[in-house]
Design a protein around this ligand. Structure first.
Ligand code: SAM
Ligand code: SF4
Length: 451
């Protein structure tokens, strides 16, 4: 069904395309400390935590990618370093006494690790952590780095969810993006996972790649709708200056990308087609078939923010302290040896940070109930600042508000990261005196631009 494209322009001169950009203002609320807060040594959390396991290796270099990864074979000891890190941390009260509702293997490409290495990590997770009985375990993978032996290991190891990087089924686009294998092969690999019984299989789609036409987009959407996928993440291509694709476009080896208007048209077309096909919105960049994908990992990250990070370059917040493991393998190995001791400065987040983070998380999920807003934001100056912003967003048709709560419109979803960023700024500026932020050159500890 065709719906008119919104004509409204102007509030934002640039679209923020990742939630890292949306959350950037929160960095000013991170406080370095020489001492650990009490929350960082024992766990009295009632809510679930998540685990994030980073594998910073890929078998090839996609032309567009600027993620935290290296294009080389994984070190043979890498899986065992992760197991050792997990075993050591699991002996501390902080890690042992909590319950874990979701595990996410991200990268890079986790399936460049040998199946037996991944089997050892999965076994260690089940042995050493208090996993919720229905724990969600996600594997991020590309289609070309997933072997039948991997699939058998994942069946035995309790993996419940797959996030498969496809990007596009159109072979011309795959070539520009530097993806291995054909679109046909990608569709077949997704079907293979579904055929062996995994229900929660989703894929990543990129739109607005160089030279992409509306027909190319519709061809991708048609294949997506024909597969029994649980959901998909759909990302506008972010053209990083350091990515090879940037140079390819500059030198004429690849056609230019579409402008913001094209990006918006592709977004609206994808959103509408997929909603009409029965998908529903879970998060700004994630659509799911009803009941097929809860995506507990991201829910937990936004609800409590508490995540145990494992592996080189992994980041997360544990006991109110931000952690970022060293990215360099030798330094990471040294860090694993030195555990469980952590060296200062400790990067602490306070209750105000956590409340704003929760509200921004709700925006990423498309809105919130006033009941929850009242629980999270209690200071009257901050409430007023948020209220004024919500009024003006409503005037711009970016949000709809009623007695129940506030919901992003389709335009609001397109600019969802801008809205979250603006809200964070408004709330931080309104923070009463004592809690006011200081400026620290601290970057957020996360892996991909989207996670
Ligand atoms: C870690 S990768 C996924 C797993 C695997 N490495 C792969 O590529 O198939 C996470 C996802 O981030 C998205 N991504 C990475 N770089 C991007 C960029 N520059 N613009 C838009 N999306 C990007 C891609 O959709 C990619 O599948
Ligand atoms: S898109 Fe995935 S496979 Fe490609 S380089 Fe990035 S992390 Fe590696």
């Amino acid at each position: 069904m065709d719906r008119p494209q919104s004509q409204k322009q102007g509030r934002y001169d640039r679209r923020l395309r990742s939630h890292h950009e949306a959350l950037a203002p929160l960095r000013s609320l991170i406080v370095p400390s020489e001492t650990m807060p009490p929350s960082s040594t024992s766990s009295d959390l009632v809510s679930d935590r998540a685990v994030y396991i980073h594998t910073p290796y890929c078998t090839h270099n996609c032309t567009f990618c600027n993620l935290n990864r290296r294009c080389e074979a994984p070190a043979s000891e890498y899986a065992d370093l992760i197991v050792k890190e997990l075993e050591t941390l699991a002996r501390t009260d902080l890690v042992r006494n909590a319950r874990y509702g979701a595990v996410y293997f991200g990268g890079g490409t986790p399936t460049v690790l040998p199946p037996q290495g991944l089997a050892r990590i999965l076994k260690a997770l089940h042995t050493h952590l208090n996993l919720r009985p229905d724990v969600e375990i996600t594997i991020e993978t590309s289609v070309s780095d997933l072997s039948d032996e991997h699939i058998r290991v994942f069946q035995d190891g309790g993996v419940t969810r797959f996030s498969v990087g496809v990007q596009t089924f159109v072979d011309r686009g795959r070539q520009y993006l530097g993806r291995h294998g054909t679109g046909r092969m990608a569709a077949q690999r997704l079907t293979d996972l579904l055929d062996v019984g995994f229900r929660n299989v989703g894929m990543d789609l990129i739109y607005n790649w160089p030279g992409q036409t509306e027909e190319d987009l519709l061809a991708d959407l048609e294949i997506i709708c024909s597969l029994d996928l649980a959901g998909l993440s759909f990302y506008a291509l972010i053209l990083m200056e350091r990515a090879a694709l940037h140079g390819m476009i500059d030198s004429g080896q690849a056609p230019p990308m579409g402008d913001l208007q094209t990006e918006r048209r592709f977004f609206e077309r994808s959103f509408d087609e997929l909603m009409d096909a029965g998908f529903e919105m879970l998060e700004l960049t994630k659509l799911v078939r009803p009941g097929r994908d809860r995506y507990d990992y991201i829910r937990i990250r936004y609800a409590t923010g508490e995540t145990l990070p494992l592996g080189a370059g992994a980041g997360g917040r544990l006991g109110g302290v931000l952690r970022r493991n060293p990215s360099d393998l030798a330094q990471y190995a040294g860090y694993v040896e030195s555990l469980p001791k952590l060296l200062p400065p400790y990067l602490i987040v306070n209750a105000t940070y956590r409340s704003i983070y929760r509200l921004l998380g709700a925006i990423e999920f498309g809105g919130f109930r006033w009941h929850d807003f009242d629980l999270w934001i209690r200071d009257s100056a901050m409430i007023d600042a948020a209220g004024a912003l919500f009024d003006s967003l409503q005037r711009d048709d970016l949000v709809r508000s009623d007695d129940e709560g506030l919901t992003l419109t389709r335009d609001g979803v397109f600019y969802g990261n801008n809205i979250a960023h603006e809200l964070a700024q408004a709330l931080i500026q309104a923070i009463p005196g004592g809690d006011r932020p200081r400026q620290h050159p601290i970057s957020h500890p996360h892996g991909s631009p989207h996670r």
